[in-house]
Design a protein around this ligand. Structure first.
Ligand SMILES: Cc1cc2nc3c(=O)[nH]c(=O)nc-3n(C[C@H](O)[C@H](O)[C@H](O)COP(=O)(O)OP(=O)(O)OC[C@H]3O[C@@H](n4cnc5c(N)ncnc54)[C@H](O)[C@@H]3O)c2cc1C
Length: 290
């Protein structure tokens, strides 16, 4: 759609949802018509989505792109009001606003052996990084973990792209019974020379992975999910402390040196709006049902 305001030409892309799939009870994947973003996106970048005109802005990682079709894929976990609204949109519906690609892309280079770890919905977020790191010639050992088999996503896709895939579940219903950090410890104990570890997932998982690698002086990158609003470096709500300095998750990140991150502050700040978030979710559930 093309419009003209005060002589400035405004092009509004339609961002239609072309495909919607349930990956498990709480996680959905949408494929969105967004040729401008598909062309420009690099691994590690994200979009800001406003699902409907009255909804909030939320950041979601670009999980995959198809430049020939002009589409991007987004995988999201339904945790609150806005992800619930996004999940209610059906194929053929247009997303109200979609902004991206945003954030500093992942640093991709040939290093040797790279261990890439995804936990929960973070499994989908590591997919572009795994593909890119393998493409430039790294040995990529991917570790994915979830609470149980039903919550594991992207196993087939990541097995195809990785040199080796290791799976853990908390209850042992698939792969090793235990945590992704247990597999990481085993790889290190076996004497493998690891050039880089990348960990993406819940904050406690990333913190534990960093504790493991710190002892062995292995460089570790984490992708942080602070609360975020404008996502262009202006509002400061996504500020995190890294190496004693304040950084903005949206423009300086979302990837940072995990050994330098103040995880306690990040955890505390993520809890800051629990009451409001609960009220918003209750309201949306009343409107949408469920
Ligand atoms: C750069 C970036 C990339 C992200 N990529 C993805 C992705 O690919 N897929 C995905 O499912 N999620 C991703 N997230 C997290 C996602 O943005 C939040 O889950 C979402 O904003 C929640 O909105 P809501 O209104 O549904 O829930 P809210 O009501 O805002 O929150 C509900 C619950 O989720 C927690 N929460 C809220 N925001 C975050 C957050 N940023 N990180 C962790 N927990 C949060 C709250 O503390 C609360 O417990 C990303 C976040 C960032 C900053």
């Amino acid at each position: 759609m093309v419009g003209c305001v005060c002589g400035i030409i405004i092009i509004k892309f339609m961002n239609k949802i072309l495909k919607k799939e349930k990956l498990n009870e709480n996680v959905s994947r949408i494929t969105v018509d967004a040729p401008h973003i598909a062309r420009a996106a690099k691994p590690g970048q994200f979009v800001v989505i406003v699902p409907t005109e009255n909804a909030e802005r939320i950041p979601l990682t670009i999980a995959d792109t198809d430049t020939s079709k002009g589409t991007i894929s987004i995988i999201f976990q339904i945790v609150g009001a806005t992800t619930k609204v996004l999940d209610s949109l059906k194929e053929g519906v247009e997303i109200a606003h979609l902004l991206g690609p945003l954030g500093t892309p992942s640093h991709v280079e040939k290093l040797g052996t790279v261990v890439i770890i995804g936990g929960g919905v973070g499994i989908a977020e590591i997919y572009p990084m795994v593909k890119a790191m393998k493409k430039v010639g790294n040995e990529v050992i991917t570790i994915i973990g979830a609470r149980c088999k039903d919550l594991l996503i992207y196993e087939k896709e990541l097995r195809t792209q990785s040199t080796e895939l290791r799976v853990t579940t908390d209850d042992g219903s698939c792969g090793r019974k235990g945590f992704v950090s247990d597999e990481l410890k085993d790889i290190i104990a076996a004497g493998k020379k690891i050039s880089l570890v990348v960990a993406v997932g819940p904050v406690p998982m990333m913190r534990v992975c960093c504790d493991v690698t710190r002892e062995h002086n292995i460089k570790t990158v984490v992708s942080l999910n602070p609360l975020m609003l404008d996502a262009t470096g202006m509002c400061g709500i996504c500020r995190v402390t890294v190496g004693g300095k304040i950084k903005f998750g949206c423009v300086d990140g979302p990837e940072f040196d995990g050994h330098e991150v103040d995880f306690k502050e990040l955890t505390d700040r993520l809890k800051g709006y629990k009451d409001v978030e609960k009220r918003a979710m209750d309201h949306v559930c009343r409107l949408l049902g469920g």
